[in-house]
Design a protein around this ligand. Structure first.
Ligand SMILES: Cc1cc2nc3c(=O)[nH]c(=O)nc-3n(C[C@H](O)[C@H](O)[C@H](O)COP(=O)(O)O)c2cc1C
Ligand SMILES: [Mn+2]
Length: 510
């Protein structure tokens, strides 16, 4: 039980779904909104209120960076220069808070909960399954619920009253092109299918009612943008929610298959429907309990210089052309709270969110590739630079098969370096991984180089979004792989000696 927040779990009878039995709990008490989450963190001693007056220009970053580097508390800045709105930041900045956010006590619980939802066989099995979900009354409580009136619309500002300058938007780093909204949930609908997408794409504030919209080339909203442009659409409606319950926020960063509604995923993960309300000036729906909502549109033909921005790689992303968001209305709760994060050199808050993503995508990967025992994306690899995978190797070329599989799997396609080890090596134990791989690799033989799409934030690739990947096969080599010498055993002490010394140990004074 996480201190200060109780999660009653009344178990419902097992739900039989498409020939598979899944344990499904009735709705636990999901956090209703950001405020309940903040209260839970405060009760758990995981949040500090800062009453000193500080500037949203660089100062909040400097304080937060120092705190996140030591996995310190969430911060609620109550007295922010130039705005009446308080800033909450670093909410998921350590493993304990990430678990409080996801309402889990261990990541195994999280993996198990999502294992069913993320059943792979992408795309058909998964999508067919989602289509079947509505038939199942027991799961009805995971679908978004539409409400008529909502806290996020307690205050409605339109036309000349729209002024983003009233929000305490952070200027994060000295060379940044301006202030950036760093934790936005960007809601759009597919111009063809009208299916919802929610992604987190940062927004540079240009003036009182215009921002950048940094949906990168490979992301779902960018594909919708491309389609809308090809269809000759004049406007793409866009709404942005800032500050919501933590799983709803988390859903926006999850690399889900394009057809999956992030709000359905959130409802499943939090075991309670996300409540949505229709926007005041467009037809999109946003979380009813959000703190702040920006409503508006993107003209598919318009681009504007965005950046530079001190990015989560630890380097500045240069100025590049991106979509432009025109804000028609700002709605918010009375006394709203502005939720933010900073990115920069790791470790940062996003590294802990990345770990939660790693843990929920492990079952997807395992189902696709049952030989995968475990995997890890160390924070220093900033998501896309490094993935370490432990496999039960059975045949020649097995490690390479896994590499190519990963390079074809959703956003894992970005992975620049894949390291494969045998399954007795824990991929989270970086010391053992380095020792094992460096010993086992004959570099010329064991590197697999391929070309492919690269994360657009990679500054080293020869072209924007396109470059090379490397797979390093650190597994024990087989004869079938041309290895005809003797592969040595790893050094281990014999078991009987170990138990004798175990018994003796207390008397040795060591
Ligand atoms: C703090 C933070 C900031 C992010 N900023 C961006 C961004 O500016 N542009 C982008 O394309 N992805 C960004 N991402 C990653 C996307 O949110 C992520 O790839 C997500 O899966 C995109 O949703 P989609 O798959 O529906 O496109 C960010 C993630 C985090 C955690
Ligand atoms: Mn998506």
């Amino acid at each position: 039980m996480v201190a200060g927040h109780s999660f009653p779990r009344r178990s419902l009878p097992l739900v039989i779904l498409i020939g598979r039995t899944i344990p499904y709990d009735s709705p636990a008490m999901a956090y209703k909104d950001l405020r309940e989450f903040i209260a839970a963190l405060e009760n758990a001693g995981e949040l500090v209120r800062i009453k000193e007056r500080v500037s949203p220009k660089l100062e909040i970053t400097e304080i937060t960076d120092r705190v996140s580097k030591k996995f310190g508390p969430a911060l609620l800045f109550e007295n922010v220069e130039g705005s009446d709105v308080p800033v909450v930041i670093n909410l998921m900045g350590n493993e304990r808070r990430m678990k409080i956010a996801l309402e889990i006590e261990s990541y195994d619980e999280w993996t198990e909960r999502l294992d069913f939802f993320l059943e792979p066989r992408i795309p058909t099995g998964l999508i067919d399954k989602i289509k079947m979900l509505p038939a199942l009354g027991e799961l009805a409580n995971v679908f978004p619920k539409y409400v008529d009136s909502a806290p996020c619309q307690e205050v409605v500002l339109k036309g000349a009253d729209v002024d983003l300058g009233k929000l305490p938007v952070l200027t994060c780093w000295p060379e940044d092109g301006g202030p950036f909204i760093t934790f936005p949930l960007v809601f759009t609908k597919d111009p063809k299918s009208a299916k919802r997408n929610v992604g987190m794409y940062r927004m540079q504030v240009y003036d009182r009612n215009t921002t950048g919209m940094h949906w990168q080339l490979h992301k779902d909203a960018a594909r919708q943008h491309q389609d809308a442009e090809a269809m000759g659409k004049q406007r793409i409606p866009v709404s942005v929610a800032i500050g919501a319950d933590p799983i709803t926020c988390f859903a926006a960063i999850c690399p889900l298959p394009p057809d999956i509604d992030e709000m359905l995923f959130a409802g499943y993960a939090r075991k309670e429907s996300v409540r949505l309300v229709k926007c005041v000036t467009n037809d999109l729906e946003v979380p009813a309990n959000a703190e702040i909502v920006l409503e508006g549109w993107v003209d598919p033909a318009e681009r504007r210089a965005e950046g530079p921005f001190g990015d989560h790689t630890g380097f500045y992303t240069p100025v590049e052309p991106y979509a432009v968001f025109h804000v028609e209305a700002i709605t918010h709760r009375r006394s709203p709270i502005y939720m933010a994060t900073i990115v920069g050199k790791p470790p940062q808050e996003d590294g802990h969110m990345g770990f939660a993503i790693e843990r929920c995508f492990l079952p997807i990967m395992k189902k696709q590739f049952p030989e995968i025992a475990d995997m890890h994306m160390p924070m220093e690899g900033v998501f896309h630079n490094l993935m370490i995978i432990a496999i039960k190797k059975r045949y020649p070329g097995h490690a390479r098969k896994i590499m190519h599989g990963i390079w074809g799997l959703g956003q894992a396609m970005f992975t620049k370096t894949i390291v494969i080890v045998d399954d007795h090596v824990d991929p989270h134990d970086l010391r053992t991984v380095s020792w094992y791989v460096l010993n086992n690799v004959d570099p010329e033989r064991d590197m697999e180089m391929v070309m492919g799409p690269i994360d657009v934030l990679d500054h080293s690739s020869r072209a924007f979004g396109y470059g090379s990947h490397v797979g390093i096969d650190g597994t024990k080599k087989l004869e079938g792989e041309g290895f005809t010498r003797v592969w040595p055993d790893e050094i281990e002490m014999s078991g009987d000696v170990k138990s004798r010394i175990d018994a003796l140990w207390p008397r040795l004074g060591l």
